[in-house]
Write a protein that binds this ligand. Structure first.
Ligand SMILES: C[S@@+](CC[C@H](N)C(=O)[O-])C[C@H]1O[C@@H](n2cnc3c(N)ncnc32)[C@H](O)[C@@H]1O
Length: 380
């Protein structure tokens, strides 16, 4: 049996998420706004949950229609047969998002309307009233209304996959791991190349690159995946795929990845995260100031990938001068490296790059939580 599916990802990185999905499960994938759309077998759905680094939540698509009113949404949800998806003793919740200002109803209205439709549809077909549990539901339904397009899905992931298993130290400006993965892919890094993150904070970029290099399945490592509690999913298949993925890890691979930061506390935290990730022997971390990089850099790196502080919030008053000094220091110390950064002031950063002799090769706008940010990749 094949399922129609959609999966959410970082807005702006849909193409990269689609490419990853194709690589992992070899299906046709359509990038959409903040998500990708594809069809998958049960086996492929499990594999994506266990191994994807770019996806947040993976849904079985129950509906995709154009709607105008809350009644349209109700009718759509009411017509779905839930008997194969949820058992009478299981609880459920509905989460809803509305990305449109044209409607006189809220996301909460959508969630409660769909919740009512599910209860009524199930009672009609099964003669039982389903329980609602908003905090810890067995089954979670998700609704998304963007303009007039309404999506409804069954969450097969649970908590978003961007919550990684290794985050024992939480840096106050930690990068989303899915964005870090996107940056590594945009840079074109592969495990035979060297990588430096000179402002590594809690180590997200070096750790994501390390996990990618060794082929460590991040969903499998984290566990707590909803797919394991869906009753129509074959548990033995999950076990088998988990074993296959464990076998495809490359523990012997040597990597050349260095993370540095001016803050000793961050470096200590990055090491704790790397330890938890099982990468403490694979990655190097040390305290170092980016502005003194010429004094401490032992060799040039193929890739320098990092996210500089955003500005005032992190104590930087003259951001223009700060960017300028960063680009100048890196150009002098490691002139042949490709630079890939995420910044909230792309024009300013691009100007500093140009002054230091870099050509911008790619610019991709992403939504970083509620912040609009730009990933820039450049080389001299
Ligand atoms: C936005 S945070 C990086 C977060 C990191 N990518 C993560 O996921 O945890 C920016 C980092 O730049 C570091 N930083 C600021 N000035 C620096 C300097 N002169 N040299 C090196 N690191 C610096 C800060 O200590 C901070 O950890």
């Amino acid at each position: 049996m094949r399922f129609k599916c959609f999966a959410t990802t970082v807005m702006g990185l849909e193409e990269y998420a689609a490419r990853e999905c194709k690589e992992l499960i070899d299906v046709e994938v359509k990038p959409d706004i903040g998500k990708i759309i594809f069809e998958a077998s049960q086996e492929q759905l499990i594999k994506l949950n266990l191994a994807s680094r770019m996806l947040h939540k993976i849904f079985i698509m129950l509906a995709r229609i154009n709607v105008e009113t809350l009644d349209d949404i109700y009718r759509c949800a009411r017509n779905i047969d839930y008997s194969e998806l949820i058992e009478p003793d299981q609880s459920f919740a509905v989460k809803a998002e509305r990305h449109s200002k044209n409607y006189p109803f809220t996301s909460l209205d959508i969630a409660s309307t769909v919740g009512r439709a599910i209860i009524e549809s199930f009672r009609e077909s099964q003669g039982r009233r389903l329980k609602v549990n908003l905090d810890q539901p067995d089954i979670e339904f998700y609704c998304l209304l963007r303009d007039s397009e309404f999506f409804m899905g069954l969450n097969t992931t649970g908590k978003s996959l961007h919550h990684r298993f290794y985050r024992v130290y939480h840096h106050r400006a930690a990068l989303h791991p899915t964005i870090a993965t996107g940056m590594i892919k945009i840079a074109g890094w592969n495990p035979s190349m060297s990588l430096l993150d000179p402002m590594c904070g809690g180590g997200t970029i070096p750790i994501e690159a390390g996990l990618m290099g060794l082929n460590v399945p991040v969903g499998l490592r984290r566990g707590e995946l909803k797919i394991s509690s869906l009753r129509f999913i074959d548990k033995e298949l999950i076990e088998k795929l988990s074993r296959d993925l464990e076998r495809s890890i490359k523990p012997g691979l040597e990597l050349s990845i260095l993370g540095t930061d001016a803050s000793p506390k961050s470096i200590e935290g990055a090491k704790k995260n790397a330890e938890k990730a099982g990468l403490i022997d694979k990655l190097e971390f040390s305290v170092a100031d980016i502005f003194k990089i010429r004094e401490w850099l032992r060799h040039t790196f193929d890739h320098i990938i990092f996210n500089p502080p955003y500005g005032i919030r992190m104590g930087i008053r003259n951001i223009k001068e700060f960017y300028r000094r960063i680009c100048r220091s890196l150009a002098q110390a490691s002139p042949t490296s490709t630079l890939t950064v995420i910044v909230s002031k792309p024009t300013l950063f691009s100007r500093s790059l140009a002054e230091a002799g870099y050509d911008v090769r790619q610019r991709i706008e992403v939504m970083y939580g509620r912040i609009r940010a730009t990933i820039i990749s450049a080389a001299r």
